[in-house]
Design a protein around this ligand. Sequence first.
Ligand code: NAP
Ligand code: MG
Length: 398
Amino acid sequence: MEKIKMTTPLVEMDGDEMTRILWKMIKEELLEPYIDLKTEYYDLGLEHRNETNDQVTVDSALATKKYKVAVKCATITPNAARMDEYDLKEMWKSPNGTIRAILDGTVFRAPIVVKGIEPCVKNWKKPITIARHAYGDVYKGSEMKIPGAGKVELVYTAEDGTQTSELVHEFDGPGIVQGMHNLDKSIESFARSCFSYALDTKQDLWFATKDTISKKYDHTFKDIFQEIYDAEFDAKFKEAGIEYFYTLIDDAVARVMKSQGGYIWACKNYDGDVMSDMISSAFGSLAMMTSVLVSPEGYYEYEAAHGTVQRHYYKHLKGEETSTNSVATIFAWTGALRKRGELDGNKELMEFADRLEKATIGTIEAGEMTKDLALITTIENPTVLNSEDFIKAIASRL
Ligand code: NAP
Ligand code: MG
């Protein structure tokens, strides 16, 4: 069989621990036999990040701007324990944070829906994609404990020195106060990423805030979304037969529970943090969740939503058998290959991505799966496979 040719490289960001092991197996068993794989390789494994003073992470993000499509393996975000374990020069920042800051993107997370792994919410038939704004609000807030009676105000000092203030509260005893902010520019990027991704995936877009209570803060989010929609996306949405729908966050939560799924739910930073955990656990497993960072300029970085599965890696190092689920990492590759194919007009590559996804889902639906899924499946007597045999089962189906 002749291998599928690629015209433009993908940016390949390798990672850490168990997912690094899966990464290699996926390439060897599922991709390289069929595709003349062209990638620009960046090793984001912690050792190499440390050797390059994390420059490799920055370079990989810049390469993503050049080639527009990247696929990323899960990576370790260093903490105190990792400083010792890897003898790090510095506690390097989260690669995802660094990449997101350079690409200024929004993260979209969607479950991979498979028969036999049923969502807890029984009317959910299609995936619900969460788009989380990744800048500001309480994550960049400043807080104070108020020790006793006194006045708290918000004060804005313009560059020319003029001041505007707003009373927060006249305290007559101890309490607490919090100040937070966002930027029109960041909200605009978030809105454009959401509208573009909705068009890209031909799904309706929902957006919700608490604008009835927060008449300036949340209302600004609502207004910016509406202005950008009217000016840039209304006609395109109508042509694609999809809808933009704004509602109050309470109403959105109630509607999500009663819906069948099949749309994108855009959330402010905190709402997205909390709601994405609800959605992923209700759909079954973090190992069945994909994640893509979409920049307002149209750069895409695909990855799995889970981490490096450290516990399994230590078992693997001891020579013990592991049963680690590679589905989300496989779908990161298929997402990137399909997008590469779309941008390059490479139909064969797009079709290959479809076939690999179908083979992956088909393998699970035929009862062959990793341990995490076997524990929650409604399929009777599933065959539990180890990490490698699961990938081989997909390969033989493919
Ligand atoms: P994790 O790697 O997601 O794993 C947590 C637990 O979830 C695992 O121990 C395992 O449970 C289960 N699990 C997750 N993915 C699985 C899979 N593919 N197949 C089977 N089971 C799976 O999270 P973590 O242990 O908190 O973090 C480990 C490292 O990953 C950390 O260094 C963290 O910084 C990093 N991390 C990276 C990213 C990223 O790059 N995007 C995201 C999150 C975390 P059992 O042990 O019960 O089997
Ligand atoms: Mg959370």
